[in-house]
Ligand binder design. Structure first.
Ligand SMILES: C[S@@+](CC[C@H](N)C(=O)[O-])C[C@H]1O[C@@H](n2cnc3c(N)ncnc32)[C@H](O)[C@@H]1O
Length: 246
């Protein structure tokens, strides 16, 4: 999944998403050494941690997302290293005390083979006893094959506006959810232009993640249903996993 096309839209959509930031900041504070963030995107979390003094490296496959992350870090006067690479195949000479994968980054691993390859690679980059923590949304979807607008409207200083419409298609046997975004920008004179992006995620159930982690050499994880540490319940929107490398 290549996020290059998404880079412009991404910050508009998710810069306001802050639920996870203080959770990952607490993880960083407790880390006994440098952190690695998998799928660091435009540096939303990375910059938040670096601003609080964390020694964090961001790993990200998309060159455009890295460009934005570096621009954000430079603007904030932060020293953060972003490395272009894939969770399955990255290689660093050093090991880390902590690895994090915020905001569904592991949903871009589409088959058990890809998932295991990435988890084993992450394991190989952690010290024994090192922490690995990440969050995934609880799979629950809106009406498929229907155009929806979920309140995403962005106003530009020139009076133009951008509306995000989406259509989701659900491939249940593969546990894939594909979202097609139709992004309409209306100029002040009423001229409409449309861009189109497609994003496929491979969603997970709680117990398959537990088995995958154990298969990849991690201890049985602690699972929460919120970033505040509450239990995973039927109403939870998020699954937060924390484990250690054995
Ligand atoms: C939903 S974004 C999360 C970005 C960032 N962590 C945040 O919280 O804003 C998922 C990120 O995972 C990256 N990604 C996709 N496939 C990946 C892979 N195989 N290995 C590592 N990162 C990947 C994407 O490029 C994207 O930047």
């Amino acid at each position: 999944m290549n996020y290059d096309d998404f880079a412009d839209l991404y910050d508009h959509q998710y810069d306001v998403y802050r639920d996870d930031l203080h959770y990952y900041a607490r993880v960083a504070e407790r880390s006994a050494g440098p952190l690695l963030e998998i799928g660091s995107g435009t540096g939303r979390v990375t910059a938040f941690l670096a601003r609080r003094g964390a020694d964090v490296v961001g790993l990200e496959p998309s060159a455009r997302m890295i460009e934005r992350a570096e621009a954000r870090a430079a603007q904030d006067g932060l020293k953060v290293r972003f490395v272009q690479g894939d969770a399955r195949t990255f290689k660093f000479e050093t090991r880390f005390a902590t690895v994090i994968a915020p905001f569904n980054a592991l949903m871009h691993l589409y088959t058990p083979g890809e998932q295991l390859q990435a988890l084993e690679n992450i394991h190989a980059h952690l010290h024994t006893g090192g922490t690995f923590t990440f969050d995934l949304y609880v799979p629950r979807f809106g009406k498929p094959n229907t155009v929806r607008h979920e309140g995403e409207t962005f106003h530009a200083p020139d009076g133009g506006r951008t509306d995000v419409f989406l259509v989701q298609r659900h491939d249940k046997p593969r546990q894939h959810i594909t979202t097609e975004y139709h992004v309409d920008t209306t100029a002040p004179d009423g001229t409409l232009s449309r861009r189109h992006y497609t994003l496929t995620q491979r969603y997970y159930t709680r117990y398959e993640v537990e088995w995958l982690l154990r298969f990849a050499g991690f201890e049985s994880p602690r699972v929460s249903g919120s970033f505040q540490g509450g239990p995973l319940e039927a109403s939870s929107d998020v699954m937060v996993f924390t484990t250690r490398a054995l």
